[in-house]
Design a protein around this ligand. Structure first.
Ligand code: NAD
Ligand code: IPM
Ligand code: MN
Length: 349
């Protein structure tokens, strides 16, 4: 049994999580997995009405009573600087120590790629984004705020432990999934301390995997190469902030934010699945949000939960929808969010 905590969150989060849940329920009804759900109201409305972003009590429940979290999105224009979003999303990543942010970029239908006329349509790589360090730890501060002498510092943190475990996870994944190359994305030419450590550790770990090719790229050139020849990439490992940026670029190469899933995991226990996209305030309530990213995130949840056949069925159902041109307007379709979810769920039933 997989105990799933749903955090629909803000904006289009609830719209896409409804559809992911519909698909998971179809999976359960078809006898492909045993699932139980709990729903959590955390997000901007809950914060603005109760003052709770994510309390210690809620955190303990999520940690102890559930196997996986499925989150829609957090972020709301009424909450300046995304305070609740940081507590909820980054809070869960940090407190559950979900150090792997696994972000697959797979082109499921060639017509979805903006590069479709350039010939490189066999895009299928995975980003291993370090998820607990870098610029995201909050280290730093602001002094003399609001004065002409104001100083702001955000420190980038890299530990040998943190870098080594994500680099190793990327190589291990390459090995078990039969992928032949791991690429490091960094900026060691301009930021030598943090990315120097990344290069040292990457080089050491790579030497332990003689069957897997390794290469190091400065992230600016890597961004260029991802557009020029995305098909050559297999596994990309990178630091937190760089991975955030590269994952939106990679999403766009494979059909856009509406189809890009992700998993935040610690192999020793704890997992949070979410679309790469945010709360898309411009789309709320219009029925146009693409639920495929959330549905594919649910497939990752099933896969990690041991329900591999169920995960495969969900991915196949999404592929079938794409083949039949069932989709929301972002991918050239005319269906609503709900229609897409219902179609995919029916395919599984
Ligand atoms: P966004 O991902 O919400 O939107 C970027 C673009 O992609 C927009 O044009 C949007 O319309 C489109 N888009 C996003 N999801 C889509 C979907 N399912 N179907 C079709 N189109 C989709 O990024 P943003 O505008 O920078 O951020 C909006 C808010 O979301 C901010 O508050 C931000 O902090 C937050 N955010 C949250 C998460 C998360 O919870 N994981 C991730 C990213 C951004
Ligand atoms: C993501 C998001 C988050 C991040 C934001 C909302 C803090 O952009 O999951 O990609 O930067 O990690
Ligand atoms: Mn992002």
């Amino acid at each position: 049994m997989i105990r799933v905590a749903l955090i629909p969150g803000d904006g289009i989060g609830p719209e896409v999580v409804d559809e992911a849940r519909r698909v998971l329920e179809a999976v359960a009804t078809a006898g492909l997995a045993e699932l139980v759900f709990g729903e959590f109201p955390h997000g901007a409305d809950h914060y603005l009405s109760t003052g709770e972003t994510l309390s210690d009590e809620t955190f303990s429940v999520l940690r102890d009573d559930y196997d996986a979290i499925l989150l829609g999105a957090v972020g709301d224009p009424r909450v300046p600087a995304g305070r609740h979003a940081r507590d909820i999303l980054l809070g869960l990543r940090f407190r559950l120590d979900l150090f792997i942010n696994f972000r697959p970029a797979k082109l499921r239908a060639p017509r979805l790629s903006p590069l479709r006329n350039a010939g490189d349509t066999a895009i299928d790589f995975v980003i291993f984004r370090e998820n607990t360090e870098g610029m995201y730890t909050g280290a730093g501060g602001r002094l003399r705020q609001g004065t002409p002498q104001e100083v702001a510092v955000s420190e980038s943190i890299a530990t040998r432990f943190g870098v080594e475990r994500i680099v190793r996870a990327a190589f291990d994944y390459a090995k078990v999934s039969g992928r032949g190359r791991v690429t490091l994305g960094d900026k060691a030419n301009a930021v030598p301390h943090v990315y120097g450590l990344w290069r040292d550790v990457f080089t050491e770990v790579a030497a332990e995997y003689p069957g897997i090719e390794s290469e190091m790229r400065y992230v600016d050139a890597l961004a260029m190469e991802l557009v020029r020849s995305p098909g050559r990439f297999e596994v990309i490992v990178t630091e937190n902030l760089l991975g955030d940026i590269l994952s939106d670029l990679s999403a766009e190469l494979t059909g856009g934010m509406g189809v890009a899933p992700s998993a935040n995991v610690n192999p020793a226990g704890g997992a949070l699945y979410e679309p790469v996209h945010g709360s898309a305030p411009d789309l709320v309530g219009k029925g146009v949000a693409n639920p495929m990213a959330a549905i594919l995130s649910a497939a990752l949840l099933l896969r990690d939960g041991g329900a591999t056949d169920a995960a495969k069925r969900v991915e196949e159902a999404v592929d079938a929808a794409l083949a039949e041109h069932i989709g929301t307007p972002d991918i050239g379709g005319t269906a609503t969010t709900t229609e897409v979810g219902e179609w995919i769920a029916a395919q599984i039933a």
